[in-house]
Design a protein around this ligand. Structure first.
Ligand code: MUC
Ligand code: MG
Length: 367
């Protein structure tokens, strides 16, 4: 089998409820759908969410790098020779989301060609993942209302609160209101997207002591190495690296230098291949992992479930899988359902994302 073409299709689907966080905000899913075609007529598909404020990539840059830089060197290769495709992509630095999306599309293609679900090819540990819902910036009472609604409607019992605001009292109050309103059994953890300094993060930890928060993600910029290390040493809860660790090399640097002691894995920026390397590093070192969300569509969320459910360590904690619910529409022919707080893998060949052609025509922005 040979790769005959790669399409990177820009599209835009508005959000009904924008998500705001310390490093940015999303009100439209202006993503890129990547399709890899072969001479066998089999096509692999994956979704790229550009996050300029996190990785510097845009919708235009992802389309360009995939179609103009990667595609000419990858066309003609066997899609099963993934390492050769990665060798091509390694010649371009950064561009993690573009690379990760090509990788997921290759795995999807492989699954379709072999007639096997990719969650099985990757590890086949379980068939569903518990869902964690990400709460963006809002007044405390609105956060509580949203969390209660997710509990009632979907059975979700784990929430990641976006923090990193100033004054710190905004987030401290939100933590207290959520814990009081949700009761002791709901899991709550924080993600500051580098919004604070390490010392501010310490102050928040002191003032939320007793609220049983479980994780603190990307509290400050990991480049502030000395203060970040001090925070990691003193924090009573694991400090999770997210945007500081898109590659296995980044993860090993941050873990070994004490910049974090847990890792957020995101298939959107690491694909399945590099996510597997990061996971191996973490399980080898005895470090906890979470399956993160890059504010993914349903196509992207299926990739996260596929990888997360494939391995024991990634399915231990709830994965961040529900923010597509805030979108006005999506591209799948069959929407993802959240039942009893869980999302199931799709037992079909590939990752399971069947794209609705009519919807893609409606939302694509290149025609
Ligand atoms: C997260 O976990 O940080 C926000 C920006 C981004 O790239 O991902 C999201 C969620
Ligand atoms: Mg994060």
């Amino acid at each position: 089998m040979k790769i005959t073409g790669i399409e990177a299709i820009p599209y835009a689907i508005p959000y009904n409820h924008p998500l705001k966080f310390a490093s940015g905000a999303v009100d439209t899913a202006d993503h890129v759908l990547v399709r890899i075609h072969t001479d066998d007529g089999i096509t692999g598909v994956a979704d790229a969410p550009p996050r300029p404020y996190t990785y510097g990539e845009t919708q235009v840059s992802i389309k360009n790098i995939v179609e103009e830089v990667f595609a000419p060197q990858v066309i003609g290769l066997d899609p099963f020779d993934r390492e050769k495709v990665h060798a091509v992509m390694r010649r371009t630095i950064n561009n993690q989301v573009a690379k990760g999306t090509v990788d997921v599309a290759l795995w999807d293609l492989a699954g379709r060609a072999l007639g096997r679900p990719v969650h099985q090819l990757l590890g086949g540990w379980t068939d569903s993942m518990r869902v964690s819902h990400m709460l963006g910036f809002k007044p405390a009472q609105e956060l509580l209302d949203e969390a209660l609604r997710f509990g009632e409607e979907y059975g979700v019992t784990t929430f990641k609160l976006k923090v990193g605001r100033r004054p710190l009292s905004l987030d401290i109050e939100a933590c207290h209101v959520l814990r009081e309103g949700l009761g002791p059994d709901v899991e709550l953890y924080l993600d500051a997207n580098r919004g604070w300094t390490a010392n501010e993060a310490m102050q928040v930890l002191r003032q939320t002591d007793g609220l049983r928060l479980t994780l603190l993600e990307e509290p400050c910029d990991a480049k502030e190495a000395m203060s970040r290390r001090r925070l990691v040493e003193k924090s009573p809860i694991p400090v999770v690296g997210d945007e500081s660790v898109p590659t296995a090399g980044d993860a090993s640097r941050e873990l070994l230098s004490g910049g974090c002691n847990a890792i957020c894995i995101k298939t959107a920026r690491s694909g399945f291949t590099e996510a597997t390397e990061i996971l191996g590093l973490c399980t080898g070192l005895g470090v906890d992992v979470t399956m993160g969300n890059q504010i993914d569509t349903q196509v992207g969320s299926l990739a996260t479930v596929t990888f997360g459910a494939a391995h024991e360590a990634t399915s231990r904690r709830a994965g961040e899988l529900s923010n597509f619910l805030d979108m006005s529409d999506d591209l799948l022919t069959e929407p993802i359902a959240i039942a009893d707080g869980r999302i199931s893998v799709r037992n079909v060949p590939g990752v399971g994302a069947e794209i609705d052609g009519e919807k893609l025509s409606r939302y694509r922005t290149d025609r």
